[in-house]
Design a protein around this ligand. Structure first.
Ligand SMILES: [Zn+2]
Length: 424
C-alpha cells in the first residue's frame, strides 16, 4: 500500500481547545528539534471537543498555519480529526489531513460468519505457531481462537474501511494520514489480537499509519497511569513487534506505528515506552489532548489578580456542574467527590495554592505536596465552563499570553517530550 503523505517516525498530538496555544506548542517541537529529535506536531481536536466548545476545525487550521508561519517551522505538521466516524467527519474534510477513525463502538457487533471463515482460510499464517521477530517466544493460536477474535473485531474493521473510503473519495488517496482507534472501549486488545486486527485492516486495504489500541491499565485524563507496569512494558513491546511483523507480512505502510491516546501525564510508563521504542527502533504517536488547557488555567492562576479570580470562577462553576461535566468522560476519570475542595475554600487560595493543587509533576517530592488529582480531573473536563465565558476567557488568555505560553511549553517539553524521547 503506497501513500504519498507520510507521518514522520515521531509525532506528538497536541490539543489546543481554544486555538490560542499553537505557537507555545510548536515551540516544544522546536526545542526538541534543537536537541536532534525531529518530532512532528499534530494538532488534534475531537468532534466532542468542537461540539462542547462550539468551535470549527477551520479555527484549528488557521491557528496551526499561523504558528508554523510565524515560527518558520521547517518540518511537516498535521491536523487530526480526532475520533471521527461517518456521521461526524464532514466538517473536518476541508481542514484536516489526519483522520482518527474511531470504531470502538462497533467492537463486538456480530460479523457475517461466512466472512469470518473466509478470513481464517485466507490467513493460515495466524494459526498454530506464529513466530514474531523480537518476541521472546512464539505465539500459539488455534483456528477457533482466531475466528473468535475476528468475530469480535471484523464489523469494526469493515466500518473503518467504509469511513476510510468515504474520506478517500472526498480528499483523494494518499493525501491524508489514517489512524484507526479502538481505545475508547472496555477491554484492552492483546498483541495477538492487534496482529489479527492489522491483517483484517490490510484486507480492507486501509493504508493506516497509526493505530490506537486500548492498552492494559487505566489511562485517565490528565493523571498518571494506573496499572501493572511490568505487564504494560511486555504488552507495549509485543505490540511494537506485532506492528513490525504486520508491515512486513501484510504490506501495510512502513510508517505504521502505535498511537498512544490520553498519553499526557502518564509519567510512570514513559520509561518503559522510551526503552521499548529504542529496543525496536520504532516510532510512536502520543496524543496529549487536554493537558494544554490545564496549563492555560495554571498560567492564569499564576498571574494572580483578575486572572486568578477567573481561574477560581471556572473552578466554582465546574464544581456546581460537576455531574454534567463528568458524564461524557465517565470511563476516563476517577474523581473522589469528598476530595474536591469547596469553591469557598478555593476562593481563599493564593496563586501558589491554586497552581500547586492543579499542576501535576512527576514523582512524589515536596513540590507535589499540594497536588490534588480530584481538583485536576474536574478542571480537566471543565473546559466547557471557559467556553461559555467566551471572550472573557479568551481576552484573559491574551492579556496573560507570556505566562500561559511558558507553562504550556514547559509542561509539554520537560514533562512529556523529554522523558518519552530524549532522556538517557
Ligand atoms: Zn482517544
Amino acid at each position: 500500500m503506497t501513500t504519498h503523505l507520510k507521518i514522520p517516525k515521531f509525532s506528538i498530538g497536541v490539543g489546543d481547545r481554544f486555538a490560542h496555544q499553537a505557537k507555545a506548542q510548536l515551540q516544544v517541537c522546536i526545542l526538541a528539534n534543537a536537541k536532534g529529535l525531529a518530532i512532528a506536531p499534530v494538532w488534534n481536536k475531537s468532534n466532542r471537543e468542537h461540539t462542547i466548545i462550539g468551535s470549527e476545525p477551520t479555527a484549528t487550521r488557521q491557528a496551526a498555519d499561523k504558528a508554523v508561519k510565524e515560527l518558520v517551522w521547517p518540518l511537516p505538521y498535521f491536523l487530526d480529526a480526532d475520533h471521527i466516524n461517518l456521521k461526524t467527519v464532514d466538517r473536518f474534510l476541508g481542514a484536516c489531513d489526519f483522520y482518527t477513525i474511531d470504531v470502538a463502538d462497533s467492537i463486538g457487533k456480530p460479523a457475517d460468519e461466512a466472512l469470518v471463515q473466509a478470513f481464517t482460510h485466507r490467513h493460515p499464517e495466524l494459526i498454530g505457531t506464529v513466530n514474531i521477530p523480537g518476541l521472546d517466544a512464539p505465539l500459539h493460536t488455534t483456528a477457533d481462537f482466531v475466528a473468535s477474535v475476528v468475530r469480535k473485531y471484523l464489523a469494526a474493521v469493515i466500518e473503518a474501511g467504509e469511513i476510510y473510503r468515504y474520506i478517500e473519495q472526498k480528499k483523494g488517496a494518499g493525501t491524508f494520514i489514517t489512524e484507526v482507534s479502538m481505545d475508547e472501549t472496555d477491554s484492552p486488545q492483546t498483541p495477538i489480537e492487534l496482529l489479527i486486527i492489522l491483517a483484517a485492516i490490510a484486507d480492507e486495504k486501509i493504508p493506516i499509519q497509526t493505530i490506537a489500541p486500548k492498552f492494559t491499565g487505566r489511562f485517565n485524563k490528565g493523571v498518571d497511569y494506573v496499572g501493572d507496569l511490568a505487564q504494560f512494558r511486555m504488552e507495549f513491546e509485543s505490540d511494537l513487534a506485532a506492528i513490525a511483523y504486520g508491515i512486513h507480512e501484510y504490506g501495510l505502510p512502513d510508517t505504521l506505528k502505535l498511537s498512544v491516546h490520553s498519553g499526557s501525564d502518564k509519567y510512570s510508563i514513559y520509561k518503559p515506552m522510551r526503552e521499548a521504542l529504542r529496543k525496536f527502533n520504532a516510532g510512536v504517536h502520543v496524543k496529549t489532548a487536554g493537558t494544554t488547557w490545564l496549563e492555560e488555567v495554571i498560567g492564569l492562576a499564576e498571574a494572580g489578580g483578575e486572572a486568578l479570580a477567573l481561574a477560581k470562577e471556572i473552578y466554582a462553576q465546574a464544581y456546581d456542574h460537576r455531574d454534567e461535566l463528568c458524564a461524557p468522560y465517565a470511563t476516563v476519570i476517577d474523581i473522589d467527590q469528598d476530595g474536591l475542595p469547596s469553591p469557598s475554600t478555593v476562593d481563599s487560595w493564593a496563586s501558589e495554592q491554586f497552581t500547586g493543587a492543579l499542576r501535576h509533576l512527576p514523582g512524589d517530592g515536596p513540590e507535589t505536596a499540594l497536588y490534588n488529582p480530584n481538583f485536576r480531573q474536574l478542571l480537566h473536563v471543565g473546559f466547557k465552563i471557559a467556553a461559555k465565558m467566551g471572550n472573557r476567557y479568551l481576552h484573559m488568555l491574551e492579556a496573560n499570553e507570556e505566562i500561559v505560553a511558558r507553562n504550556v511549553t514547559e509542561n509539554l517539553y520537560q514533562r512529556h517530550i523529554y522523558p518519552i524521547f530524549l532522556q538517557n
